[in-house]
Design a protein around this ligand. Sequence first.
Ligand SMILES: *Cc1c(COP(=O)(O)O)cnc(C)c1O
Length: 344
Amino acid sequence: MWEFESQLPVSKPPGLLSQIGGTPAYVATKLSNRYGSTIYVKLETLNPTGSFKDRGSATGISYAIAEGKDTGTVSHGNMAISMAALTAETDADCTVMVPSDIPSERLSSISQYNPRVLQVEGPYSELYEESFGIGDQHGVLFVNSDTPLRVAGQKTSALELLSTLHPTVPDGICLPVSSGGNASAMWKAIRELYAGGLLEQKPKLYLVQSQACDPIATAFRDGESTVTPTTAGDTIAYSIANADPPSGNRALTAVADTNGAVCSVPDTEITAAQQELLESGLAVEPASATTLAGFKKFKSTGEISESDSIAFILTGTGLRNTIQTSPRISSISIENLSEEFSNQ
Ligand SMILES: *Cc1c(COP(=O)(O)O)cnc(C)c1O
């Protein structure tokens, strides 16, 4: 990703952080033949912690270090894993705030990198905003889903994709959407290239949600320009279950600006897509398989036309291995957060 250093708000850091991104994109032959148009896949699964989140973590952590701060995030998924892992090699400490009812398997995939883990009791959804203030007071830079530093880093995924495929430009880019941070990042790259005269037409952004939690798809379907928060149901695509997406409105605007679309798909179709991707040698997590499930839906509704070439952003790996450690995990109520940070 540091090939695009001049387009980033931070300088290239040393060590593992210097190795994020640079993931391949290629024509998926079997899928292209099956669907009768070119399908590209971009393997964000090959980042050090198996997801595109490493890009946004890399810019965020680099910035924190330059400012002499520690790092933090509010996440119980890939973003938490990414922040904990990529902070590990640096002098900074990482704080991850997770909900108190986090499944133990996911807790260990985060805690194995030995960050400080706060299992917060209280309304988890309030932490996203609350963390910024607490972080400011205590020298911790919270790099949450749609913070500008994260969006800046993650835009390199689209810059790489379009530079790998150059001079071909795909008609569309298909990716899962949850907080809307990554969709914002793709759109930012597209807008910047377009404004700089490096792109003649904007690829359409096709965003996919899980039917169990689809506030952005619902707003799109209803022709709204703002997203109404919903309640998340159970879904295997837990990485994309944000019921109150902080950048939901921006995602809708990105779709409108690029003439794309948003849809949602049920777990049964997500599982089928995950299986179908395995048949092309691609192990992805359910959230990431929504790209193919959504693509099929967009084709059936005519939102993606027969001959359109589409790039799937394979956001997260299906290959994970966790080592149990004795982690720094504490349970805490939301009222006692300030005290916890002061006692560090
Ligand atoms: C975080 C994540 C997403 C959703 O990205 P947002 O920026 O929250 O919209 C999609 N897929 C995977 C694998 C993720 O980890």
